[in-house]
Design a protein around this ligand. Structure first.
Ligand code: NAP
Length: 497
């Protein structure tokens, strides 16, 4: 069945000012303004919203739009070219220095005049500027009661720096005004995971150690470090990906049902999961963590260089991490949660795989090929590419000739089921900020609990040399051993192409 989707009434946003600080940078051009454009095309941005790109150096509007267009081109057609021009008309580029406050008056003048209008400041700037930027917004009076602040990762590089960063933001803004983005939480399938678990009864009754054997969460990238080499070499996969995206996904799989789908209740439940993670320390590190770094190889038949050549020096930074985590509570005791992420892997894919326990007894064991095909049931939640859900099960092969079993699957591809294009995560999250809905944003205690779990792992990792893996493969051999030791194996994700 194909379902035509329309913007429902509750999805409309009130008139809102969007001030993208660092509005001429990479993040703004690749993600934030294209997201605003898509929402504009769908009529979700009211006439009266101010759309401002703020940075120290301004550039002519035409040049800005020329830089932005390639990231929006995919949806611009002859028929809607006028909408692109209208969007361009709405964008204002204003010189603003978050250190000195120069340009604050121009920003104030460009915003809607009334104090009741939500004013969103999106910090697409380095976190080293956050403290100054918050002080400047207060000092210049740009911060109003209705101001909402959006901040991006990295939120610190360890617990101590995350606390310091938070303190500097919380000195000016209240928690209710702060939106810490993890764009993985804005993905359609991630929200569908909530619907799947909490709007249906069939899965939730199976959602525990009584029926689930193990959980795998993979976030694989084909890209290397590119222009982010110096940032990445300081961070590595554990801090760049596991501390935020992978742990957030783990929380959503493992959390208890909140009594209401509202921000603080959801965040309380996620926090409980983070606090229940069994610590990984020196004693169990080698059994629970495997790290890798890519060497030369090829991806899609194109040669790619090694990590050390890309960063320009020999380095111990891990570009791959696989972890075996345990959650110490009644629901999950004894169920391993395997997390893995890496760069220059064989494909780009993000998936959560829930593997259920095998049936307790195989009554078909004498049937032809029955033991080969009787795989456990798996629920695959695909975040990218091709967002969707797949439930694999064993079925009877049609026709006479005895009980022949074969692996079948129920496949729900959101792109095929819903007629319209699915909004990107940033689109949904920006609209949630305008509506004042913090459910899909992290609270400071969650960020800090995630660092408290990751810090000891990073400290141990620093003492070790990551194992090399060839670019274009699925990571180092030890990551496969991590699974095999417990009778498990990584399920190869569905990749682009
Ligand atoms: P970028 O391309 O270097 O852009 C930085 C922006 O900040 C520019 O517009 C720059 O313009 C502006 N800026 C610098 N100093 C300023 C000041 N004192 N006052 C006002 N504006 C100032 O960086 P980016 O890649 O967009 O990343 C921005 C932040 O987002 C970083 O913290 C990054 O880690 C994070 N992030 C980026 C991505 C991504 O995909 N790029 C993804 C996740 C998180 P002027 O120099 O003209 O002021």
């Amino acid at each position: 069945m194909v379902i035509e989707s329309k913007i429902p009434k509750e999805a409309e946003i009130p008139p809102t000012d969007f001030v993208i600080v660092g509005g001429t940078g990479d993040l703004a051009l690749r993600k934030i303004f294209p997201a605003l454009f898509h929402r504009f095309l769908d009529g979700q941005i009211p006439e009266s919203c101010a759309l401002i790109a703020a940075a120290r150096h301004t550039l002519p509007k035409d040049d800005f739009l020329a830089q932005l267009r390639p990231f929006c081109d995919e949806v611009i057609t002859k028929e809607n070219e006028a909408d692109w021009l209208a969007f361009g008309e709405r964008v204002q580029i204003i010189g603003f220095d978050v250190k000195t406050g120069e340009g604050a008056e121009e920003i104030e003048a460009a915003c809607l005049a009334t104090a009741a209008v939500p004013r969103v400041f999106y910090f697409a700037i380095s976190p080293t500027l956050f403290s100054d930027a918050c002080q400047t917004l207060e000092r210049t009076g740009l911060k109003t009661e209705q101001t909402r602040l959006v901040v991006e990762k990295p939120m610190g590089h360890d617990l101590k720096s995350a606390e310091a960063l938070d303190d500097s933001i919380l000195a000016v803004f209240e928690e209710r005004q702060i939106y810490r983005i993890d764009h993985y939480l804005g993905k359609e399938t991630v929200q569908n995971l909530m619907a799947l678990r909490f709007a249906n009864s069939i899965f939730e009754s199976l959602w525990s150690n009584a029926h689930i054997d193990h959980v795998q969460i993979s976030v694989a990238e084909e890209v290397g470090v590119g222009s982010r080499a110096s940032y990445y070499d300081d961070f590595g996969a554990l801090r760049d990906m596991v501390q935020n995206h992978l742990l957030q996904l783990l929380c959503l799989v493992a959390m208890e049902p909140p009594s209401k789908f509202v921000a603080d209740q959801v965040r309380d439940e996620k926090l409980r999961v983070l606090r229940a993670l069994k610590p990984i320390t020196r004693d169990n590190f080698d059994r629970c963590v495997k790290l890798g770094q890519y060497t030369k190889g090829s991806i899609e038949a194109k040669p790619v260089d090694s990590y050390s050549n890309e960063v320009g020096h020999a380095s111990r930074t891990e570009t791959f991490a696989a972890l075996r985590c345990e959650i110490s509570n009644w629901r999950w005791s004894g169920v391993p949660f395997y997390l893995r992420t890496g760069k220059r892997l064989a494909g780009r894919a993000s998936e959560i795989v829930i593997t259920f326990k095998r049936p307790p007894h195989n009554i078909f064991e004498d049937g032809p090929r029955s033991s080969e095909v009787m795989e456990p049931n798996r629920l695959v939640i695909r975040l990218q590419p091709n967002e969707g859900l797949k439930l694999s099960m064993t079925s009877k092969e049609p026709g006479p000739g005895g009980m022949r079993l074969f692996p079948a699957s129920l496949n729900l591809s959101f792109n095929e089921t819903f007629k319209t294009r699915l909004p990107e995560a940033y689109e949904r999250l920006l609209m949630d900020v305008a509506r004042g809905n913090q459910t899909l944003f992290m609270r400071s205690d969650e960020v800090e609990a995630a660092w408290a779990f990751i810090d000891p792992i990073v400290n141990e990792a620093k003492l070790r040399q990551p194992e090399k893996y060839t670019a274009g493969t699925w990571g180092p051999v030890s990551a496969f051993e991590l699974m095999a030791e417990h009778g498990h194996r990584w399920i190869e994700p569905e990749v682009d192409g």
